[in-house]
Design a protein around this ligand. Structure first.
Ligand code: GDG
Length: 494
């Protein structure tokens, strides 16, 4: 079984003579001013939450967009700062920041990445917008990231581990300028079928960018197959499905699934701390809860996460099973995201109006069926929520993996919670003992909530035990170790 220690050992033994560089758009720690002081925030992003413990184990350099208003005030002349803020001697790494203007952020992040690629890859019927100006800013910013990486690599040999859909062109730029780089890219979101992808006016450039990597990873096999189908239909490439390889333009890219995960041991240990019990009673007092059954949902508010569909199922549940009125509450926690984009503004309005109408419909005395926690919650409160829940709903309409599901499982050594999980989340490939739902099927979804509430203890425990052993084994260190072990097989300058 892979652990933080065995990953560390792999890195010390095998990576010592090389630079190890992780690159992503989002940074793992954001410095910003609050009440005249500099505060450090951890963003609500699956990617950074998964990779931070890996980097703490590896050391190395993480290059990302410096997005906080105090970010520039804490870095050295090379734009670097050591993180995590309170680190011990052997668990820190360098965060090197890339500076972008408002216009860059607009065109590259909000525009091309999140109004074109994000809706293109998630099949949730939200039309992508392809604007020429966004595309050229996206190209420009990929070049800015490449410059920062090449400065960091210098004359050394380096393994560069690129994250996600913001940086699809990066490895091509790097490989054109250096023979000292081996690169892997992990695509954290789904890859759609070729019919869906071909509407992108720059599909060839994106595919060529991704095929400049030595290794390309997706969460599940289905996404790898969709990617290979897309390449086969659009480029003169040789796709070898038996070997999971694509040969294009004289170079080879291995395409493989690596299901991302969480730090299981750490979450389990955290969940058993005395502070969690205290936080649970504080939270219950604050929310005015007594003996109600508790359901939870935790996420970044995104139209892919299926929050309105979940609320419709809760509405139907109380309608169909009125005996549960005043006996169950659903706590929805989360932060708004990408609020400059219109689709996100209308999502927030839809969520708000559904919450209001459902609460108005069923409210009785002090009891309301849905409690909203809209602020950015500290990790301790998120843990308390996971530990106090009778059931957790993770109901995305489409999701690469979904770490909330795995975090819930890792936080329940008492084996007493039920996970309701969408069949459209990558996590459902591993967590088959969850109660699987189609979030579009409101009636069956409502019935599943009832099943969760009425499930016998022994059944709950059996399911949770199996899911825990899967997440324990397929933890985030295994994800990283398998990718790093793969990288070590490639030869420099190929
Ligand atoms: C992408 C892919 C893939 C959520 N709300 C709050 C909060 N969170 C934390 C969760 C979790 C993380 O944010 C979200 O991770 P997800 O995996 O669910 O989702 P995405 O951000 O969409 O991530 C996804 C992931 O990349 C990794 O590859 O699994 O499929 O879409 O850790 O706990 N954290 C705080 N407050 C919140 O309100 N502090």
């Amino acid at each position: 079984m892979w652990t933080k220690a065995s990953l560390c050992q792999l890195i010390t033994e095998k990576l010592q003579d090389y630079r190890f560089i992780v690159v992503s758009n989002r940074e793992p720690y954001i410095h910003s001013y609050s009440e005249g002081k500099i505060q450090v925030k951890v963003p609500a992003s699956g990617l950074t939450i998964a990779l931070d413990p890996v980097m703490q184990a590896c050391g190395g350099t993480w290059i990302a967009h410096g997005s906080g208003d105090a970010d520039k005030d804490v870095v050295d002349p090379l734009s670097k700062v050591q993180v995590p803020p309170q680190h011990s001697n052997n668990s820190h790494y360098s965060l090197k920041r890339v500076w972008l203007s408002k216009e860059d952020e607009d065109g590259y992040y909000y525009g091309f990445a999140n109004e074109a690629l994000w809706p293109l890859c998630h099949v949730v019927y939200n039309r992508p917008s392809f604007r020429e100006s966004d595309w050229s800013t996206y190209q420009k910013v990929n070049h800015l990231f490449a410059k920062s990486i090449l400065e960091e690599v210098g004359n050394n040999k380096a393994f560069v581990f690129i994250q996600d859909y913001h940086l699809a062109l990066l490895s091509k730029i790097l490989k054109e300028q250096s023979r000292n780089i081996i690169s892997a890219q992990f695509w954290h979101i789904p890859w759609p079928n070729p019919e869906s992808f071909r509407i992108c006016p720059w599909q060839e450039e994106i595919l060529q960018g991704l095929l400049s990597n030595d290794l390309l990873g997706f969460h599940i096999r289905y996404n790898c197959n969709n990617f290979m189908d897309t390449v086969e239909r659009s480029l003169e490439a040789r796709v070898d499905r038996d070997r999971d390889e694509i040969n294009y333009n004289g170079r080879k890219t291995v395409v493989q699934p690596f299901p991302i995960s969480v730090d299981f041991e750490e979450l389990t240990a955290e969940s058993q701390k005395e502070e969690v019990k205290i936080e649970i009673s504080n939270l219950k007092r604050r929310l005015g809860l007594s003996n109600e059954a508790i359901g939870i949902g935790i996420e970044r508010f995104d139209y892919t996460k299926g929050i309105p569909d979940r609320f419709r199922a809760i509405d139907r549940f109380f309608e169909k099973y009125p005996e549960y009125q005043q006996k169950m509450v659903f706590i929805q926690a989360g932060v708004t995201s990408r609020i400059h984009i219109e689709a996100y503004q209308s999502l927030n309005k839809e969520i708000e109006s559904l919450e209001e109408s459902i609460n108005w419909k069923y409210k009785s005395g002090l009891w309301e069926p849905i409690i909203f926690l809209r602020e950015t919650l500290p990790q301790a409160t998120l843990m308390a929520l996971r530990c106090m829940a009778d059931f957790c709903v993770v109901s995305p309409l489409h999701d690469g993996m979904n770490l909330v599901a795995k975090e819930f499982v890792a936080s329940r050594p008492d084996e007493n919670g039920v996970l309701i999980l969408s069949i459209f989340a990558g996590a459902s490939q591993e967590l088959k003992e969850a109660l699987l739902v189609n979030p579009y099927a409101t009636e069956a979804f409502a019935d599943t909530i009832r099943t969760a509430l009425e499930m016998p203890e022994a059944d709950k425990q059996k399911r949770m035990r199996r899911m825990r052993s899967i997440v324990q084994e397929n933890n985030v260190y295994k994800w990283a170790a398998e990718i790093i072990s793969y990288l070590l097989k490639f030869e420099f300058g190929e």
